[in-house]
Design a protein around this ligand. Sequence first.
Ligand SMILES: Cc1ncc(COP(=O)(O)O)c(C=O)c1O
Length: 403
Amino acid sequence: MTVHDPAAPLASAGGTPVRDTYLPIAIPWIGEREKQLVLETLDRGWITTGRNAQELGRRVAELGGAKHGIAVNSATGALHLALVALGVGRGDEVITSTYTFVACVNVIEHVGATPVLVDVEPDTLCMDPRAVEAAITPRTRAILTVDYAGHPCDYGALLPLAERHRLPVIEDAAHALGATWQGRPVGSFATITAFSFYATKNLTTGEGGAALTQDDALAERLGLLSLHGMNRDAWKRYTAQGSWYYEVTVPGYKYNLSDVLAAIGLGQLERFDASQRRRAELVALYHRRLAEILEVRVPVTRPGVTHAWHLYPVALDLDRLTIDRARFIEELRAENIGTSVHFIPIHLHPHFASSLAIAPGRFPVAEDAYRRAVTLPLFPQMTDRDVEDVCAAVAKVAAHFRR
Ligand SMILES: Cc1ncc(COP(=O)(O)O)c(C=O)c1O
């Protein structure tokens, strides 16, 4: 094993990078099984939504402990459909976290409702239930929770709160497939749960997602809305047993998932447990190595939670460093380590700062987290050596810019 010297010259100053090759933040793990299933699907002659998509929805629902799962073409689509299916519209308010991806807030605006942003808790960076309670008004129609990085929110506080106010919970579990809370799988307790199968997610179809629910009527509505509002999808019309007739009962959307992409997801599902176990192993190694570096704080897992470990976001201790986060990232890039930032708080984006009239400083926990945030590479094909390289690069940059 190479022993890295943290005092070696920085790559940005002409020194040798910690690695010869660039390590990206995530690479999809595509196996032979996915390729085989895709080819079988192409040969079968049915490449739009059909039995693969249905099967994927059903299997993801099983994994998430839900009665129904509807495969769609993105988590964004699933969140949009959730709002429409629950009747959220003009004049309504939906409470969500400012520390999330823009999709959550865009879809609230798309249905004509107002996003009401709240701050997050400092340890998990999930929405603060006390802030949610304080944000509830007579116009609140739903709470949209975000399981940041794959850590479920504090549902011990949020579910009773939602129940007291008779509010549905839409759970953005884009990061949290495979997570559990109090022994219950994510997907089993919210009114509607949205998963993402985007290229870098724990389970991918390239682009895709799913909406889960325990409620028969909601499931029916989500299915209808996902394909134009037609009461018979192509599968029911064009197969030998099908009929040409259909009715539109509600103006729907075009969020269905193709069977070609669903085939990738079905292959991924066969390796999902192994993939999650490997993520957890890599995280344990990161935790051990980074514990020695005082300039970096590692993410926490609360008791009663199984983390899905979609992301591994660390927080820089800026008081111990002479550089800011942006410079830290540049230095890591020079050392051939890819990173990202999750997230730029929603209220700091020009559009939302203006449409929601929120000035910087309003959500101090999220803003502080943002200033310190660096997401390190995490994907199941990473080797232990890759993790050692990342930690060596972090140690090297920290050592050079120690206050
Ligand atoms: C928290 C969160 N919600 C929603 C999404 C949107 O997912 P999709 O790309 O499947 O629409 C993402 C995507 O990265 C996300 O990080």
